[in-house]
Design a protein around this ligand. Structure first.
Ligand code: FAD
Length: 472
């Protein structure tokens, strides 16, 4: 296994990174990106065990509902690249299992890749979302054929890929990109049906980064949450990148072009739902704390809003639990979360998130945005005014109440909050993507049968004319 220092050293591998208009020679020294690398390094240290056969708990394949639940619970305490590696490899194994009957060689490669990743203790990110160009046109009909990642050359030893994958979380601070098709490909789109593991430092890979990291000169007291949590998002370009055969998991087989995306959707969304349980509970906690700090906790409409937030959090938790409880098992005995509950819970969490943030802002009041900084509280000239007017009662002084407002602003209404808003909707696929899955898995026949029974129509089309049991 790698220590945190060895991991940081491993990122100095010649990778080509950019941010804010300049090249990044060393990601561990770049102020806008290094926070993510340092968090991942802490994760390495947290898990490190000496010995050649030691490996991290993120390389674990759950074989029962209990193991699946334990894996997901553990993830809540991991850094993002580690979560992504765990879910990404489970996704690869799920896909391998589905492909095994048709393409056993790909299934074997995927398993070998799992073992190699475990041995090297690397971090992997899921690299799926293409640039996509004109959304109304399929890949092969775009005016630029590179708008979806594709194979541009095939040789006896491997393939060459070209294109770009966008929004790839933590690409700059991981070792490998698990590239896969964004959707099902159709006849004529064989070159777009490609899945492969690509090192971030492979020749031809460039990562142009964005980050919500606050400017380094800003007061961490003003950004109590985001100053401790940084996520880098990578715009990854594949400029004719060679991939050797042993790292290719799909190269033209249309029938499995959607297998990876489906498997990824499942694991990625389950992980999201788990984190949204925590997110929703945090929103409830902030709403209750600020209501209490403002003396509003017994007011009817405030209690009503908090009750709605509690219901929201509880239904996400219920979906998360149900997704694991109703897990299915591959022929190899590997657990997979239930598609229906995973996607319904993800949809619910994402679709209602803005409303829950609205309730929080409504309860908290305008100081969410206008509370002066903690530096003003420390300033002897302005501090006494803030101490006098920002306190509300015995036990709620200015320091505490202002910290609450700054946390709510940072968490929901400033740079990180804005990112979170879009992330909850889009990461793991937009709202429509989950609706497609729930519609496909819903038992519509049973629902129709119930509706017919309600209408008094028998399954063979006869209409019941009198009340059942009326003759009694
Ligand atoms: C913070 C963040 C992190 C992310 N991390 C990752 C990551 O690590 N790896 C990764 O691969 N991706 C990642 N994503 C990408 C995410 O999966 C996509 O943003 C999402 O799938 C939507 O794709 P898009 O952004 O290209 O939007 P679009 O595809 O442009 O979608 C916008 C809207 O248009 C609709 N739409 C698009 N095409 C059609 C069509 N043909 N017909 C009908 N409606 C259509 C969509 O349903 C949606 O409502 C991340 C996104 C965010 C915001």
């Amino acid at each position: 296994m790698l220590t945190g220092d060895q991991y940081l050293e491993s990122l100095r591998d010649g990778r080509r990174l950019f941010v804010n208009g300049h090249a990044v020679p060393d990601v561990t020294e770049e102020p806008l990106l290094r926070g993510g690398a340092l968090a991942a390094a802490r994760g390495y240290d947290q898990h490190y065990q000496p010995g050649d056969d030691a490996f991290g708990p993120y390389f674990f394949i759950p074989g029962s509902v209990e193991e699946l639940r334990a894996t997901q619970e553990r993830q809540l305490h991991w850094d993002f690249p580690t979560i992504s590696t765990s879910n990404g490899l489970l996704m690869v194994l799920t896909a391998a299992s589905r492909m095994r009957p048709d393409f056993p060689q790909y299934a074997e490669r995927a398993l070998a890749y799992f073992e190699e990743s475990k041995r090297r203790d690397i971090r992997i990110v899921q690299t799926i979302t293409d640039a996509k160009g004109n959304r109304s046109l399929p890949p092969a009909q775009q005016d630029d054929p590179d708008l979806y990642v594709r194979i541009v050359d095939r040789g006896s030893d491997g393939i060459v890929i070209r294109g770009a994958k966008l929004h790839i979380s933590s690409a700059a601070i991981t070792h490998e990109l698990m590239v896969m098709p964004t959707k099902r490909m159709k006849p004529g789109e064989e070159d777009y049906s490609v899945a492969a593991a690509v090192p971030v430092n492979a020749p031809g890979v460039r990562v142009i980064n964005a980050s919500f990291a606050p400017r380094p000169d800003l007061d961490p007291d003003f950004f109590p949450y985001s100053s401790r949590h940084v996520m880098t998002e990578g715009f990854v370009v594949f400029d004719d990148v060679f991939v050797p055969n042993e790292r290719v998991f799909l190269a033209g087989e249309l029938e499995h072009s959607a297998t990876f995306a489906h498997s990824l959707g499942l694991w990625e969304r389950l992980g999201s739902v788990g984190s949204y349980v925590r997110l929703a509970d945090t929103l409830v906690g902030l709403a209750q704390l600020v209501a209490e700090a403002n003396g509003l906790q017994r007011i009817g409409h405030i209690k009503d809003k908090i009750a709605e937030m509690i219901t929201y959090a509880t239904l996400i938790r219920a979906g998360f639990e149900a997704a694991m409880h109703h897990a299915t098992f591959t022929p190899e005995g590997w657990a997979s979360p239930d598609e229906m509950f995973t996607n319904a819970a993800k949809y619910h969490a994402a679709a209602q998130f803005s409303l829950m943030v609205r309730h929080l802002h409504d309860i908290a009041g305008g100081a969410v945005l206008t509370a002066p900084s903690m530096a003003d509280l420390r300033n002897p000239e302005t501090g006494p005014d803030l101490q006098k007017y920002m306190r509300t009662m015995k036990g709620v002084d200015a320091d505490y109440r202002m910290r609450l407002f700054h946390t709510i602003r940072d968490f929901t209404a400033d740079a990180f909050g804005g990112w979170k808003h879009v992330t909850v909707i889009q990461a793991g696929g937009g709202l429509y993507a989950q609706k497609v899955v729930v519609s496909n898995h819903y038992d519509m026949d049973a629902a129709k049968a119930l509706a017919l029974e309600t209408a008094g129509i028998t399954p063979d089309g006869k209409v019941l004319t009198s009340l059942a049991g009326a003759e009694r």
